[in-house]
Design a protein around this ligand. Structure first.
Ligand SMILES: Nc1ncnc2c1ncn2[C@@H]1O[C@H](COP(=O)(O)OP(=O)(O)OP(=O)(O)O)[C@@H](O)[C@H]1O
Length: 351
């Protein structure tokens, strides 16, 4: 049941976290209420310093909230101490941007580490490590040292190590930020497969919208410590409500304004004849052509197409079309498009 504690793998309840920095209090996280659905891949996006790491570190008890609670599997992480906290931490694996591998240990040795710490018998550890190595596709590299591995291979070791204690939740702190685009894709695919096959809930933080587009079913946008927008990734990509979300999206949606228009774009309508530049977004596979044709035949409004692209969020398509119409008729045109289920956003005006 959505909204019930049982459906959430992680719940943030009015969470706040303040630090003292140079003698002054800094609110890193403020009044965050958020549910991470069981079995989801949920992404939190924000700029540098927005509070992403702090939020993530409260999930495994590396930081404690100064207000509110963080619940993992219904248990209050901030209130746990000693043995119960250690048990909770075993339920929460974590992977890092810079992998955090021990240089002195082989792939096998790194993956075995959390099992050794947990006091798992040697034979059992060995069998489990073999299983993990196969799971992340590192069979040929089991006896190599981190210095002999590529970034993508190191992150696979990080993932295997994080999975060793069979956690219910995996936290990912910018896990692909240090990787090239191709390697990023292979690591994201691995995370997607683990999520599906093990039913593992993944909570990731990123500053890249493309990461969310490719693997997150749910997402939240954090700005200056506060969640400004949260929901299903597809809904947010197709109907972004907050300016911060829109500015993140501007970089990843396929349709961008041609430079010769972007350079001339005015915020408000100038005096004299002008055109309004509009972004039209359509979800699903609806074609916009008939809509533009009907703009012309029904209303006699001609639209100039400036750019267009079909995007995919997960496996669901949505389209983006940038058009310019006579500013005097623009309101009518947008109302017509909206009536037919398309979303419109005014980007500006050109003379
Ligand atoms: N241990 C700490 N002591 C003092 N201030 C801190 C501490 N940890 C974080 N902060 C401050 O809290 C705010 C949020 O930091 P946080 O690292 O959570 O942001 P972030 O979104 O993860 O940024 P980045 O992407 O750069 O890592 C920043 O102003 C940061 O300086």
């Amino acid at each position: 049941m959505p909204g019930s504690p049982a459906a959430a793998a992680i719940r943030f309840e009015r969470v706040g976290k303040s630090f003292v920095k140079k003698g002054r209090p800094v609110m890193a996280v403020q009044d965050v209420t958020l549910e991470v659905p069981q079995g989801s891949i949920t992404g939190i996006i924000g700029r540098s310093g927005a509070g992403k790491s702090t939020l993530l570190r409260m999930v495994n008890g590396l930081e404690r909230p100064t207000e509110g609670r963080v619940l993992v599997g219904g248990q209050d992480v901030g209130a746990a101490r000693g043995a119960p906290l250690r048990l909770l931490r075993r339920e929460v694996g974590m992977i890092f941007q810079h992998f955090n591998l021990l240089a002195s240990r082989t792939v096998r040795g790194n993956i075995a580490l959390p099992l050794e710490v947990a006091g798992v018998p040697r034979a059992e550890t060995r069998a489990r490590v073999d299983e993990l190595i196969a799971q992340v596709g590192l069979d040929a590299l089991a006896d190599r040292y981190p210095a002999e591995l590529s970034g993508g291979q190191k992150q696979r070791v990080g993932i295997a190590r994080a999975l060793a204690t069979r956690p219910k939740v995996l936290l990912s702190d910018e896990a692909t930020s240090a990787l090239d685009p191709e390697t990023t894709q292979t690591v994201l695919e691995l995370l997607g497969r683990i999520n599906r096959e093990l039913g593992l809930t993944i909570l990731l933080i990123t500053h890249e919208m493309a990461v969310l587009r490719d693997i997150a079913s749910h997402m939240a946008v954090i700005d200056a410590g506060r969640i400004v927008e949260a929901g299903a990734t597809y809904d947010i990509f197709t109907r972004p409500a907050h300016p911060t979300t829109r500015s993140f999206l501007a970089g990843v949606t396929g349709a961008t304004l041609p430079a010769f228009i972007a350079g001339r774009l005015l915020d408000s309508r100038p005096d004299g004849p002008s055109q309004q530049v509009i972004r039209v977004t359509f979800a699903g596979t609806h074609a916009t052509d008939p809509m533009l044709a009907s703009l012309a035949t029904d209303l006699g409004i001609a639209a100039n197409i400036l750019a267009g692209a079909i995007e995919e969020v997960g496996t669901r398509p949505f389209g983006n079309l940038l058009i310019a119409v006579d500013a005097a008729r623009a309101e009518e045109a947008r109302a017509h498009l909206e009536r037919h289920g398309l979303l419109t956003e005014v980007l500006g005006h050109v003379r």
